[in-house]
Design a protein around this ligand. Structure first.
Ligand SMILES: Cc1cc2nc3c(=O)[nH]c(=O)nc-3n(C[C@H](O)[C@H](O)[C@H](O)COP(=O)(O)O)c2cc1C
Length: 182
């Protein structure tokens, strides 16, 4: 199996980090892999903000958990409480992908490039759709400013990156979902 296939095979969602910030060169290489993603008509409808401001990540985490705790349906809040009580798992770095309206597919490809690049460099990571919560709450504008949103850009998705505190296994691939039509 070649290195690309090995990286795809071993990637898993890491939900516990030791807080150590990865080396700058690794973060730069991951961001570069992000902007090397293909996009429809080569529009590249993304912006990647690499957030390593610990205080900001913690502030957004706390606000996200507060919002979940106050929402009517407590199941999501409970799920995160069961996973350690944080939204971002003590990850030291957030690759925040901003998008233009209607470009979810392009965003998904960037996010997968980032995730696989991080894995290939020995870094753990998890794609984090829940990172949208603090940006949609009452302190959303403040967080958007602090996180470097530019006018006309909206939250796409985030990828949390760092050094994992525990090993985990990738999900078992369901090969029954594959059909060869000859
Ligand atoms: C679009 C998207 C959003 C996700 N959002 C979250 C999230 O907010 N928090 C989280 O812990 N995992 C999140 N995940 C990770 C999935 O839960 C995970 O990929 C899935 O359970 C399969 O596990 P694996 O990645 O370990 O193979 C997200 C994954 C995707 C593709």
């Amino acid at each position: 199996m070649n290195e690309t296939l090995q990286t795809i095979k071993k990637r898993f969602s890491c939900r516990a980090y030791d807080g150590r910030l990865p080396e700058k060169e690794k973060l730069e290489a991951i961001a570069l892999a992000g902007v090397q993603a293909p996009s429809a008509v080569n529009r590249q409808p993304w912006q990647i903000n690499v957030i390593t401001n610990k205080a900001l990540i913690e502030e957004m985490d706390a606000e996200g958990m507060r919002i979940l705790a106050e929402s009517e349906d407590k199941s999501t809040y409970q799920r995160f409480m069961d996973r350690g009580g944080t939204l971002f798992y003590n990850a030291p770095c957030m690759f925040l992908i901003l998008k233009k309206e209607g470009t979810d597919l392009d965003t998904g490809i960037v996010c997968q490039n980032i995730s696989l690049a991080a894995t290939s460099l020995g870094l753990d990571n998890v794609i984090c759709g829940m990172a949208r919560i603090p940006f949609n709450g009452p302190k959303g504008d403040e967080f958007k400013e602090k996180a470097g949103f530019s006018e006309g850009w909206e939250f796409g998705v985030a990828v949390l990156v760092g050094y994992g505190k525990m090993a985990n296994s990738p999900h078992t691939p369901d090969t029954s979902k594959i059909r060869f039509i000859d």
